[in-house]
Design a protein around this ligand. Structure first.
Ligand SMILES: [Fe+2]
Ligand SMILES: [Fe+2]
Length: 113
């Protein structure tokens, strides 16, 4: 799979995950993350389209709901793991400038301390 397709599906999943968590935990930071991930997803739609976008989005939305129900420890564990993967993916595969630089900055703000 090429990096643009992976980024597209990754961001579709990240959008679903944030939305799912937000549906359970009505906290501003999860809504903020959801809006960010949606922006990222839309950005990568410029380069690729995939039939898998919606299924990945809904699968991760479902996972987000489950993780939300499991509580704060689970949320922190899953979110930080996902964001770490995302960050490493961008640093490894893209030149961090322009739009990618903004995305990388956004991802850094999604970590839960
Ligand atoms: Fe993202
Ligand atoms: Fe993120």
């Amino acid at each position: 799979m090429d990096k643009y397709l992976l980024a597209l599906l990754g961001e579709a999943g990240a959008t679903g995950l944030a939305k799912g968590i937000y549906m359970i935990k009505k906290e501003g930071r999860f809504f903020y993350a959801y809006e960010n991930e949606l922006t990222h997803w839309n950005y990568f739609k410029r380069f690729r389209k995939s039939r898998l976008e919606k299924p990945v989005y809904y699968l991760l939305l479902f996972l987000g709901i489950i993780v939300g129900l499991l509580g704060n420890k689970a949320i922190k564990l899953v979110v930080n793991k996902v964001e770490e993967q995302a960050l490493n993916f961008y640093l490894r595969n893209f030149e961090v400038k322009g739009e990618i630089e903004k995305i990388v900055e956004d991802e850094k703000h999604h970590f839960i301390r």
